[in-house]
Design a binder for this molecule. Structure first.
Ligand code: SME
Length: 153
């Protein structure tokens, strides 16, 4: 798994003050999608102002219709409420799921905390069945913590 190898590269993108935050987030999505074979769509959603909904901020992969997701809806909306990682080995088993593409077999969503508040999440779709492990969760928690550090300042 290239997680350890990717960390320094991701850190330097996130900390690159010459790029806007949106540009940095897009580059992180690209690097994850390009380097991890079973990451087919990678996006960051954030709480949309004071509304109880998520808004897509950056992504890599096919464009999605689901720019806005109400809290509670789909895997993403459930994580906005639960504050917990949600790993779905097989999306067909989920009733509360928003399909972005018929090719998606599995999904992982990891919340992003700023000062202990769930302000957003990273969402990854995979065309591979059951690809995610504890290592993915830990790695994505690490990515989100690095993003939170630059959102803080
Ligand atoms: N599948 C997600 C919707 C977002 S797309 O994967 C880009 C969900 O059920 O919340």
């Amino acid at each position: 798994m290239p997680f350890q190898k990717l960390k320094p590269e991701i850190k330097s993108i996130i900390e690159n003050e010459n790029l806007s935050i949106d540009h940095r987030l897009s580059q992180v999505c690209e690097i994850l999608k390009e380097n991890i074979p079973y990451y087919d769509w990678v996006g960051f959603y954030f709480k949309n102002g004071d509304k109880n909904e998520l808004k897509l901020r950056s992504f890599a992969g096919e464009p999605t219709d689901h720019i806005i997701i109400p809290f509670g809806k789909g895997i993403c909306g459930q994580v906005a409420v639960s504050n917990k990682n949600f790993v779905v080995p097989d999306v067909k088993t989920q009733n509360n799921y928003i399909a972005c593409s018929i090719n998606v077999k599995a999904e992982i969503v990891v919340p992003l905390f700023l000062n202990d508040e769930n302000i957003g999440q990273i969402d990854i779709d995979s065309h591979t069945a059951d690809p995610f492990s504890k290592e993915d969760e830990e790695f994505l928690e690490w990515v989100n913590a690095r993003v939170a550090e630059v959102l803080k300042v």
